[in-house]
Design a protein around this ligand. Structure first.
Ligand code: GLN
Length: 462
């Protein structure tokens, strides 16, 4: 097997190839190292590369602690931080024969939606080097899209797995809040943070989720149960017609209004038609409070950030708070204000109530006695990847690109982004949202769609 063929394999394909002895672990790693050496200078996807690794190579967002390997969270503040322990997700991957091939670039402390807030320079989109990758898991999405790893891990607080996956044409899964342990994830907004896979196929995402899910005793919000998404897809996939026939797929009317690029809209509508052809019943649903979700998110998140960032006080990690980038400073200031006495009721308490309303919207749409739907589908991002530098000086415009992803974090439900077409040569992602703890159904729908299309096989010419 040629070297390019090895690196273009999915994770499942890689596991099969190793089993059949088509190639050795050493050949596999060498093929990836060569490709990283060639392409990383163009993409700035990896901040750190771990030579001599052996096993199936995974790229890990640099906000997840890796024992003995520098973990910066994309911040100058942590530029010399070498964690003395592994995050639980890393322990789980190691137990499954996976190795960390490198740590990927990200917006500073995961605050951002373009990959440009990293202290170490922006990540470039493999489909067009003048475009952003999306963020904050910018390097993980670019690394998977450019075949620099078999799969990657990212983190998603308001869309940071799904949105860069969408803009880079790969699969990204944000699990239910509490499905995966946050132990060893450097905190951004603790009531919304989730870790999840970025992969080359839906099956791969299901497998990685099964590996990393389930409690560990260190994250008290984490459910003890492991996910069995992969097993279910595998069995359902054997009887293809069972994957999606008769499922009710909700389309929220609020996700197709003003602000959605017409070409992206067309691609999404075509994808929904495809689901209908496969036997899904398409139903219009309403999420009336989604128009308040963005405002509530940008109060709750900075509030939690102001508390979490307090530990970087210049004493423990050896660098000064002046080293924080502008977005981090902005959020610390905003959050300190929204939590301060006299303003707390007006801002934080109100936003927390809106959060409940957003959650209730989903509960209603999914409620079986009310004829509820099994999944909800729509766009991930209102546009395809935009030009580097285009929105960096305009935070409010940048925040608007999160409009379709943040609600899932506020409600704690799972969401999947899968490649569903292109607009002017740039990838578009379809978002599939599910009930709390029901990753299985969104993975099934994603898998069914993937089986009947070829979008996920398209590769950037880089
Ligand atoms: N773009 C969003 C933000 O800046 C999401 C970030 C994330 O999910 N980590 O807050």
């Amino acid at each position: 097997m040629g070297k390019n063929n090895i690196t273009s394999l999915t994770l499942i394909g890689t596991i099969k190839g190793l089993k059949q002895k088509d190639f050795s672990e050493e050949e596999l790693n060498n093929a990836y190292f060569e490709r990283i050496a060639k392409l990383n200078p163009k993409l700035n996807s990896f901040l750190e590369i771990k030579k001599n690794s052996c096993g199936i190579p995974a790229a890990i967002k640099d906000i997840i602690c890796t024992q003995g390997i520098k973990t910066t969270a994309g911040s100058r503040i942590l530029s010399n931080f070498i964690p003395p322990y592994n995050a639980i997700v890393i322990q789980r991957l190691l137990e499954n024969g996976i190795s960390v091939i490198g740590k990927t670039n990200c917006d500073e402390f995961a605050m951002g939606g373009s990959g440009e807030n990293s202290s170490f320079g922006p990540t470039k989109n493999p489909w067009d080097l003048n475009k952003v990758t999306g963020g904050s898991s910018s390097g993980s999405a670019a690394a998977v899209a450019a075949d620099l790893c078999a799969f990657a891990l990212g983190s998603d607080t308001g869309g940071s797995i799904r949105q860069p996956a969408s803009l880079c044409g790969v699969v990204g899964l944000k699990p239910t809040y509490g499905r995966v342990s946050r132990y060893g994830l450097i905190a951004m907004a603790s009531s919304l943070d989730t870790i999840g896979p970025v992969t080359k196929s839906v099956e791969d995402a299901a497998l990685v989720l099964d590996w990393i899910s389930g409690g560990d005793g260190y994250d008290s919000n984490c459910h003890p149960e492991r996910s069995e998404g992969y097993k279910h897809i595998f069995f359902a996939g054997a009887q293809n017609d069972k994957l999606i026939k008769g499922l009710k797929v909700g389309v929220p009317k609020e996700y197709f209004g003003e602000g959605l690029n017409p070409k992206v809209k067309q691609v999404i509508e075509d994808a929904i038609k495809k689901l209908e052809e496969q036997g899904a019943e398409i139903v219009e649903v309403s999420l009336p409070n989604s128009k308040y979700a963005l405002a509530a998110y940008y109060i709750i998140v900075p509030s939690e950030i102001s508390a979490n960032m307090a530990r970087f006080d210049g004493i423990r990690y050896g660098s000064a708070r002046v080293d924080f980038g502008p977005e981090v400073k902005r959020r610390i200031m905003l959050g300190t204000y929204t939590l301060s006495s006299g303003y707390y009721e007006e801002y934080y308490a109100k936003a927390a109530k809106v959060r409940t309303l957003v959650k209730q919207d989903f509960n209603k749409a999914f409620d079986p006695p009310a004829g509820g739907v099994d999944v909800i589908v729509g766009p991930v991002s209102p546009t395809t990847a935009w030009n580097l530098g285009e929105k960096v000086d305009d935070p409010l415009t940048m925040y608007l690109s999160d409009i379709y992803t943040i609600s899932a974090n506020l409600a704690g439900i799972p969401g999947l982004s899968i490649p569903c077409g292109f607009s002017e040569g740039l990838p578009v992602g379809l978002q599939i949202l599910g009930k709390q703890w029901d990753e299985e159904t969104i993975l099934r729908v994603g898998y069914a769609y993937e089986q009947s299309t070829e979008w996920h096989k398209e590769k950037p010419k880089i």
